[in-house]
Design a protein around this ligand. Structure first.
Ligand code: ATP
Ligand code: MG
Length: 363
């Protein structure tokens, strides 16, 4: 298959971790006979420095015409003093909006060799494998009016959704559940919020079209507790924007390492933007010690969700797991024993596991 991928390295460690993901994508292309055309564009602080804006038109145009986008990270103290429209983060929000990326997917799956690093008990989190799907372009974060009134003595934020905005994310969740263990947990606050009551109605309507998926409704407060007391009860969780923001950060604790987590922001036609959950880590930028695995795993998500390349995605994930089992780890990972390696060495270890695997498979 031929695919056109836009690379947006951004700031801080962005360049280093995108380079790693490119090496792994090239290895996948070689192993599986694909052609990935990769073009780099500017976003974030790097774009402010070179073009005077965090999101140049050329970047938006390139992304609109691409099959998928892989982003490193944006931001850093260097640009903190700039006016709001020149902040690096504006570039990221702007590109999500320009592309209509309404669904944020965050798989939360711990690697066995890192589970001890979680503050939660290993016997509770072992085996947990959750996909959190968060609505990304509606709700409280986009409500109007959002303002201070009465000389600042009163405030208004609005939680607004169109039925169609709820329907498309709920459909996405059912479809994702079908590709996994076929269990969907819908999270809301239907005992208090009208928006949640409509959300719940739509889930009930939609489930008729997916009789093979079991559905459970959970109030967000209960979901927050169950996530850390019984994470194994979850397969796919779907929820609105703010609940999803909070629950996905909470769930990252299950894995013992925020630096490893990938994410996807996608729309109905499959186009999407993929990025690690962590930030630009300016404190270690340029030192060659950044953990590239969150970005490499984001590239795997890209293959799975935008290109339907399940075997290729699984091969990357397997190679990452094997590297960790072999004890390779970057400085940020709290691993017992093993060998501490650089960004480049970690990447080479992933490529090695990836390519050896398919050689032995084909013998
Ligand atoms: P943002 O606001 O952009 O999310 P943040 O304030 O959450 O940023 P990060 O940039 O994620 O912060 O960094 C938090 C800490 O984690 C820093 O000490 C950073 O060095 C470390 N860190 C983040 N990502 C990585 C990585 N890929 N490899 C190694 N260390 C990392
Ligand atoms: Mg952060």
């Amino acid at each position: 298959m031929n695919k056109h991928i836009i690379l947006l390295p951004g700031d801080g460690i962005g360049k280093e971790i995108i380079e790693s993901a490119v090496q792994v994508l090239n290895a996948v292309a070689g192993e599986f006979g694909h052609t990935f055309t990769l073009d780099e564009h500017a976003i974030g602080g790097a774009a402010v420095d070179n073009y005077g804006t965090p999101l140049p038109d050329a970047t938006v145009n390139a992304c609109q015409n691409a099959d998928a986008i892989l982003l490193g990270a944006v931001g850093g103290a260097k640009w903190d003093g700039l006016p709001a429209d020149k902040r690096p983060e504006k570039g990221l929000l702007g590109i999500r909006k320009a592309l209509g990326l309404f669904a944020n997917l965050r798989p939360v799956k711990g690697f066995p060799s890192l589970l001890h690093a979680s503050p939660l008990k290993e016997e509770i989190i072992a085996g947990s494998d959750i996909l959190i799907i968060r609505e990304l372009t509606g709700g409280l974060y986009f409500g109007t009016p959002s303002e201070r009134r009465d000389n600042g003595h009163a405030v208004v934020d609005t939680l607004a959704y169109e039925r169609t905005e709820m329907e498309r994310i709920i459909d996405k969740a059912f479809q994702s559940a079908r590709l996994r263990r076929r269990h969907l947990t819908s999270v809301d606050k239907a005992n208090v919020l009208e928006s949640s009551r409509l959300w719940r109605e739509i889930v009930e309507e939609k489930k008729k079209a997916y009789p093979d998926v079991t559905v459970e409704h959970l109030l967000v407060d209960a979901a927050a507790m169950k996530l850390i007391t019984n994470p194994n009860q979850f397969d796919v969780m779907v929820t609105e924007n703010m609940f999803g923001d909070i629950l996905s950060d909470e769930a990252s604790v299950l894995t013992g390492s925020l630096g490893m987590l990938p994410s996807a922001s996608i729309r109905s036609d499959g186009a999407g933007l993929y990025e690690p959950v962590h930030g630009s880590a300016p404190d270690i930028a340029g030192k060659g010690i950044a953990n590239p695995l969150g970005t490499i795993l984001s590239a795997a998500l890209m293959l799975r969700h935008s290109f339907q390349m399940e075997a290729e995605a699984a091969a990357i994930e397997q190679a990452v797991r094997e590297c960790l089992d072999q004890g390779y780890h970057t400085a940020d990972l709290d691993m017992r024993g093993g060998q501490e390696v650089s960004t480049r060495e970690m990447t080479e270890a992933v490529v090695e596991n990836l390519t050896c695997k398919s050689v032995s498979d084909s013998i």
